[in-house]
Design a protein around this ligand. Structure first.
Ligand SMILES: [Cu+2]
Length: 287
């Protein structure tokens, strides 16, 4: 028995050690990382607010769970048959019933305040600096720049044998949508066939792409890098094969990229690679 207990302790220690060594990859930025147990790092104000809300809810949830667990343990121990052979016949207790109605209501009110504040932040974007339109289709995303002569790119997922070192499997795409850092980007989202869902976890953005309907969301990315998302609505056979990539770059790099992309998307991509090579903040994917 003791031996089993020691083995369990050892395996827990080994698990803790492996988690500790995985720590550098813990906080995923722009993409999931091994052993990640939390949300991806926030790079937009709205997602930072969502992180705070999430932590706040976890604390309340833990307190409620521990309280209920304590009550259960007290009941099981103190009122077990051997200790308490003649059960009480009490069925009502007015004060207790009022308390267990009012206190949960108060907890919900406390949760509702930051929850509505977050909803308001998500649905009241500041004036947009840039608009992009994203169209989901079976099974890829098209990204359109309406203010740049309707520049359109079709993003196709890279197959495992096409991946460059550092590119994440099932997330990397051939072309990347590019947006400037610290700018409010309005995203119009629709679909051409079935319902898809546009998601970039690090931006805290998720909105359904519905045929015949134009949905809208927004983000303001505050850190340069590569950000990956996936379709988040079961949309058919290749649902898992339609990731989307957005690269956030400095305004001057964006201007150069956009000017080149209007005529030559591949040439514009090369400009990005050169800018990456010259910048300290290179591809997040190589972390
Ligand atoms: Cu889809």
């Amino acid at each position: 028995m003791l031996r089993t207990g020691r083995q369990t302790t050892l395996s827990i220690a080994a698990l803790a050690a492996s988690l500790a060594t995985a720590a550098p990859a813990y906080a995923g930025v722009g993409q999931p990382s091994p052993w990640e147990i939390g949300l991806q790092d926030a790079v937009t104000p709205v997602f930072r607010q969502a992180h705070e809300f999430h932590s706040f809810i976890v604390v309340i949830m833990a307190a409620v769970v521990l309280f209920v667990l304590a009550l259960l343990v007290i009941v099981v121990v103190r009122f077990r048959e051997s200790k308490n052979p003649v059960p009480s016949k009490t069925t009502h207790h007015t004060l207790l019933e009022v308390a267990w109605t009012i206190i949960p209501v108060l907890i919900l009110v406390v949760i509702a305040v930051p929850s509505f504040r977050l909803l308001y932040a998500q649905y009241s974007p500041p004036p947009a600096d840039l608009t992009i339109k994203v169209i989901g289709r079976q099974w890829n995303w098209d990204v359109i720049y309406p203010d740049a002569g309707g520049l359109t790119m079709t993003q196709i997922m890279l197959q495992p044998d096409e991946l460059q070192p550092g590119q994440p499997n099932k997330l990397a795409t051939d072309y990347k949508a590019v947006v400037p850092v610290n700018k409010v980007v309005r995203v119009e989202v629709t679909a051409s066939d079935v319902i898809h869902s546009f998601t970039i976890p690090s931006f805290g953005v998720k909105v359904d792409a519905v045929p015949g309907r134009l949905n809208e969301t927004w983000f303001k990315a505050e850190r340069e890098g590569l950000y990956y998302g996936q379709c988040s609505e079961l949309c058919g056979l290749q649902h898992s094969g339609m990731p989307i990539t957005i690269q956030v770059v400095a305004q001057d790099v964006y201007d150069k990229w956009l000017a080149a992309a209007k005529t030559d998307l591949d040439g514009a991509d090369k400009l990005l690679e050169q800018a990456d090579a010259g910048s300290a903040n290179t591809s997040v994917a190589s972390r």
